[in-house]
Design a protein around this ligand. Structure first.
Ligand SMILES: [Zn+2]
Length: 137
């Protein structure tokens, strides 16, 4: 039999259990995380690709190998070896997508827009179990 909750001062005594308090704190923590994420300026690529804060995804990311983490970081920041970024750095002559040769080659373009890699992209999402609608905003 569980012990009755002890009164929390000041009076009047409210019978709020520990699990209720934990749940409210968890909700408040998530609300503040999402608020911080939304109020942080910049992060255009990451916000577009990730949507909001996700603790499960965060934990999964930490378990990735260094090589995979480097690729994901590059895609989320836009600082990767795609032609859009290489062109901005003056390393590549143009910023056009190597697959469709129409749009700027960016992570967002390859992950959600490029029609030339659409079949490959959908196959990859099906294999990894990713939710494609998350990347198709
Ligand atoms: Zn393309």
């Amino acid at each position: 039999m569980a012990a009755a909750p002890s009164p929390i001062r000041p009076e009047p005594f409210l019978a709020i259990g520990p699990s209720t308090i934990k749940e409210e704190l968890r909700k408040e923590r998530n609300r503040l995380r999402n608020q911080h994420w939304g109020n942080t300026t910049g992060l255009r690529q990451a916000k577009h690709l990730l949507g909001g804060y996700n603790l499960t995804r965060y934990g999964e990311t930490l378990n990735l190998s260094k090589g995979k983490l480097r690729i994901i970081t590059g895609f989320l920041t836009g600082h990767c070896r795609l032609r859009g970024h290489l062109h901005k750095l003056g390393i590549w002559s143009n910023d056009l997508c190597r697959f469709c040769d129409v749009n700027e080659e960016t992570p967002v373009h390859l992950l959600s827009e490029c029609e030339a890699v659409e079949r490959r992209r959908e196959g990859t999402w099906a294999i990894t179990g990713q939710v494609t609608k998350q990347y198709n905003r």
